[in-house]
Design a protein around this ligand. Structure first.
Ligand code: FPP
Length: 253
């Protein structure tokens, strides 16, 4: 069980701009309580509300949540249907608060394959929050990192053939422009709950230099205190991006 410490560094050091979360453990949460799996997903959705409110309070810029992966289609149809109804239910009750809290709603993933009611709810939320300026809340829905990369490569090939992209000018920054995340910074932190140590096809390109955090807490129980604790750990980590620490750099004359 997670225990909060009394570290106050959260407000004293720069916050990450972008936190991405793999919300895992809903099924186990339900099983431990002899409840159906979908009840675990319902409790997971309730926790999304708590975490979003907190992200707004601490003035986070971007929060990306892995809500439905391209691999989740292989779950039983009833669970898939429920998972794809969650954004509709969530936005049905929470959109007024998101608008009031100045949150911008966005999605990444293949939107076209989602059920009509999900697309409609999410599109309405995106339209109604497009002019907001606060937290950008990104739902990864029918998202897969490999699909995203393949889609980007296909578009780049088409642009090279159309003469709008010079093959020799392609670099990491132009590659970024072909991704679904093109308007956002890479996540400085990726958190996965429930004690699994995998990225599971999440933000494969964008995770190159992310600091990874693995929590044993099941998603419905992942608290704002634990999020703060992980942010505080992030603030103490040294990020070198393949370079050296300042104190390890050779002196220049
Ligand atoms: C993985 O847990 C979780 C998911 C596949 C779905 C995550 C979705 C939510 C937390 C709610 C989303 C809310 C909105 C607003 C869209 P699991 O089912 O694999 O858990 P298990 O590994 O314990 O079985």
């Amino acid at each position: 069980m997670f225990k909060a410490t009394k570290d106050k560094s959260l407000t004293e050091r720069p916050l990450p701009e972008h936190i991405a979360i793999i919300m895992d453990g809903n099924g186990r949460y339900a099983k431990l309580r002899s409840m159906p799996r979908i009840k675990g997903h319902y409790e997971g959705m309730q926790n999304v509300k708590r975490i979003v409110r907190h992200a707004v309070d601490i003035k986070l810029k971007y929060l990306t949540l892995y809500a439905f992966s391209t691999e989740n289609w292989s779950r039983p149809k009833s669970e898939v249907n429920y998972l794809l109804k969650l954004p509709t239910d969530f936005l049905g009750s929470f959109l007024p608060e998101l608008i009031e809290k100045n949150v911008i709603v966005k999605t990444i993933g293949d939107f076209s394959a989602l059920p009509k009611h999900t697309r409609k709810a999410v599109q309405t939320a995106m339209d109604k929050t497009a002019d907001n300026t606060g937290l950008t809340l990104v739902f990864a829905l029918n998202y897969g990192g490999r699909d995203e990369l393949i889609g980007a490569v296909k578009e780049m090939i088409a642009d090279v053939q159309a003469g709008t992209l010079d093959r020799n000018s392609l670099n990491s920054s132009t590659f970024d422009d072909y991704l679904m995340t093109k308007d956002m910074p890479d996540p400085e932190m990726i958190i996965r709950t429930s004690g699994e140590y995998r990225l599971s096809n999440f933000l494969l390109w964008q995770a190159s230099y992310s600091e990874l955090f693995f929590s044993h807490t099941l998603w419905p129980e992942f608290s704002t205190e634990e999020l703060d604790e992980l942010i505080s750990q992030y603030q103490k980590r040294e990020r070198r991006f393949g370079g050296l620490n300042e104190e390890d750099e050779p002196d220049e004359d």
